[in-house]
Design a protein around this ligand. Structure first.
Ligand code: ADP
Ligand code: ZN
Length: 734
């Protein structure tokens, strides 16, 4: 007897395996096709990953596929390869990876090209005069008229133009005046030439030409790091590469951090390339996301620009992948499926045998090391294009200058000078809210979150205390619950800074940009317009303001407080601090006038500052790389972090202790096991958090151990009381 054909299906469930099904009676679905299958007591949508023969279960136990959702495979073998690779590399359930790779509507089983429903007039309807029925049936008349003007008209447009139209539909249909048509034309995904003239760009300078050549040389897969200071013309180099690739008939995928995917950038692509980039970011509706995905998949979209999840988008003729701001931590997803879109871009480029370009003014140490090792090409753009000078950086010693409301006299003086000479000022503080602490003036009690080991942030506009870790909020306590003395806000947040600047500079237009001030739809783009046109002369903001934006008039950046970063417990602390400061400094003096950067610090003697000012980001990067090498931290070794959280404190630790025992028992050489220890912020949102760190210079061994641990943890009875996760190449150790 021959073994039956078996479909191995990925189903969105937290289990690391595929599920075996027998084909239904009809056609045999190929890998990459979505199917409906019975799972537990429900029918679920899954993706066929493999068609094999035989199963570890007897054929009599296997259920049959109930339906096939795609006529031809939705995902290509390369797409399936990426899903498998991500699942293996990050030790994450394959069904969940598959779900992450699909737009929500496809995940839920909707068709790839949704049929559009329209209403059209019948011959009888065309002969009817809407005015004749307007008195008797005004709603029917309105609908009839609307269809007559837009025949046929689709349901979405009707919803928009005549809410309530559905009630009139039946009556008109019954009278034989209208009919429903189903069409599957796909105009919304149309991405042909944008209606703009293509603008010519500047002539590339020598460094840019070298960078371009570095990417062009050779065939197939290669990675080039374009390491260029802000304003050095990296984007110009991308534009040349994109245009060449598109002219050669291939598609380009550009990944950018959410915050870097600005309207400015998109406009620039559109104007210079003369095509409409197809966007994939978190702000899209489900329908728009599906349309964008579909046009990338069928090749209509020549340029796809997206945030990290766009790494999964299928491409009909991929030719180039660009990762802008490759150092940015938002390219790594920090929950659920913890993947790095940058690293997967390199993996995907290798599989597809196409070039990958990484760009940054502050490259990650991982990428710099790969350049050192000769694995990546290194193209440097050390000066600003168009002649702008790099900003001058100086420190203000807070131990010698008192700061009122966070602003020292030298900073205030510099703001005045810059404003007086027609400049624009950015005051940077990476802490939103009014004040990070509410303290009792009597007993010193500090308002804390009841669910986290953290302080509540004071938000004055809403008069609330908010926890920035779990989102809890309550009214501001004006009196201390313990001693009834007055409570007062302590320290600075952007909200308070804005107030302070308003009272010092009452005649200036001030715009604050942080996630609180830009929560409402449209407020962000309005604020950015005011900042870009120079209408707002003082900008206050968090890192939201520090990346990607181009404010032509900006002459001064004042950093209110960067000291937390100096003493970070995370081994990436100084790398992150240097990146953040260099990025925000890069906003200053991008055009004619040289920019100025002032950093307030209570620790001016800290060696970090000397290095930053004398040798810049690359000086710091070199030093940190040497330190990492002697301590064998990444990128000289690999890390994986196993996190566990539980309602009872002991459970998380106990679970990780048993994981540690299992790891030791697996006896895989060359992997260090550290912990378990409590997370630096042990309690968050009511759960206790602990972690186990695995470190190795041997990637294969580390992954073998993770495989073993994962099956043990999936089946461990102790796992019922905890939530656990594996984070491969973690970028934060808590
Ligand atoms: P980056 O992406 O490195 O921040 P951009 O590509 O945005 O740099 O360039 C910064 C500014 O310099 C832009 O206004 C751009 O038009 C201009 N620019 C870039 N390359 C050149 C060049 N070769 N000659 C003149 N101006 C240039
Ligand atoms: Zn909290």
């Amino acid at each position: 007897m021959t073994e039956p054909a078996v479909l191995r299906v990925a189903i969105n469930a937290p289990l690391s395996r595929l599920f075996d099904y027998l084909p239904g009676s009809g056609t045999m679905p190929a890998p990459g096709t979505r199917v409906r299958v019975p799972f537990g007591r429900r029918l679920r949508t899954g993706v066929v990953m493999e068609v094999g023969t035989g199963s570890e279960f007897p054929a009599s136990k296997l259920k049959r596929v109930r339906g096939i959702l795609d006529e031809s495979p939705l995902l290509s073998p390369e797409d399936l390869w990426l899903i498998r690779f991500v699942s293996d590399y990050y030790h994450h359930p394959i069904g969940e990876v598959t779900a992450a790779a699909l737009p929500a509507l496809l995940r839920r089983g909707r068709p790839l090209a949704p049929a559009r429903q329209c209403l059209a007039l019948t011959a009888a309807g065309r002969g009817e005069d809407p005015a004749a029925i307007a008195r008797r049936a005004p709603r029917q008349a309105a609908l009839l008229e609307l269809i007559a003007d837009n025949d046929p008209i689709d349901f979405d447009l009707l919803d928009e133009m005549l809410p309530g139209w559905r009630r009139a539909r039946k009556a008109l249909a019954d009278k034989g005046m209208i009919e429903t048509l189903v069409s599957d034309d796909d105009t919304e995904a149309w991405t042909g030439p944008a209606d703009v003239e293509v603008e010519a760009g500047p002539v590339l300078n020598e460094d840019q030409r070298h960078a371009l050549q570095a990417v062009r040389d050779g065939h197939g897969f290669r990675v080039t790091l374009i390491d260029g200071v802000t304003g050095s013309g990296k984007t110009e180099v991308y534009l040349h590469l994109i245009s060449e690739t598109i002219r050669a008939g291939r598609q380009v995928l550009v990944l950018a951090p959410e915050i870097g995917l600005t309207p400015q950038l998109v406009r620039r692509f559109r104007k210079r390339l003369g095509i409409e980039p197809v966007l994939l970011h978190s702000g899209l509706t489900d329908t728009a996301r599906l349309a964008a995905w579909r046009s990338a998949r069928n090749g209509q979209a020549r340029l796809v620009v997206g945030t990290r999840s766009a790494i999964f988008v299928p491409l009909a003729d991929p030719g180039l992948v660009i990762v802008d701001e490759e150092h940015d931590s938002s390219l790594k997803q920090q929950e659920g499926l913890r993947y790095s879109a940058r690293d997967m871009a390199v993996a995907r480029g290798k599989k597809l045998d196409i070039p990958v370009v990484l760009g940054s003014a502050t490259p990650s140490l991982e990428s710099l090391k790969r350049c050192r090792d000769g694995a990546y090409r290194h193209a440097c753009l050390p000066v600003r294009a168009g002649g702008a000078l790099q900003p001058l950086i100086r420190l203000v010693d807070l131990t010698r200058h008192d700061a009122t409301d966070g602003l020292s006299a030298p900073v205030v003086a510099a703001i005045e000078t810059n404003l007086a000479s027609g400049g624009q000022v950015l005051v940077f503080l990476n802490r939103r809210g009014f004040a990070p602490t509410l303290i009792c003036s009597g007993c010193g009690r500090i308002a804390e979150c009841t669910r986290c080991d953290s302080r509540m942030t004071v938000h004055a506009a809403s008069n609330l205390l908010k926890c920035h870790h779990c989102g809890a909020q309550r009214a501001v306590e004006s009196e201390c619950p313990d001693c009834a003395a007055q409570c007062r806000p302590l320290g600075q947040g952007t909200e308070r800074l804005e107030d302070a600047l308003r009272s010092r500079f009452p005649d200036e237009v001030i715009t604050r940009i942080d996630s609180d001030s830009t929560r409402l739809k449209g407020t962000m783009s309005r604020a950015l317009t005011m900042a870009t046109t120079g209408e707002a002369r003082i900008l206050v903001g968090t890192q939201m303001l520090s990346k990607g934006h181009h404010f032509p008039n900006l002459t001064l950046v004042a950093v209110v407080n960067a000291d937390q970063g100096l003493f970070s417990t995370d081994f990436r602390g100084s790398e992150r601090l240097a990146q953040g400061l260099v990025q925000v400094a890069g906003r200053a003096g991008r055009e004619k006038r040289q920019g100025e950067v002032i950093i307030q610090t209570a620790f001016p003697a800290h060696p970090f500052w000397k290095q930053l000012m004398t040798r810049g980001y690359h000086g710091i990067a070199e030093t940190v790389l040497d330190e990492r090498k002697s301590a064998m931290w990444p990128p000289f070794s690999r890390l994986a972090l196993i996190r566990a959280t539980a309602v009872a404190r002991g459970d998380a630790h106990e679970f990780l202790r048993s994981a540690r025992q299992a790891a030791e028992a697996a006896a895989i050489p060359e992997v260090r096991i550290l912990g378990p220890v409590s997370a630096p912020m042990e309690r968050k949102a009511g759960r206790y958090r602990a972690q186990l760190l695995l470190q190795s210079t041997h990637r294969g061994n580390l992954h073998r151990l993770l495989d073993a641990l994962r099956s043990m943890m999936e089946s461990s009875p102790a796992a019922r009381r905890v939530r656990w996760s594996i984070d491969v190449d973690p970028i934060e150790l808590f």
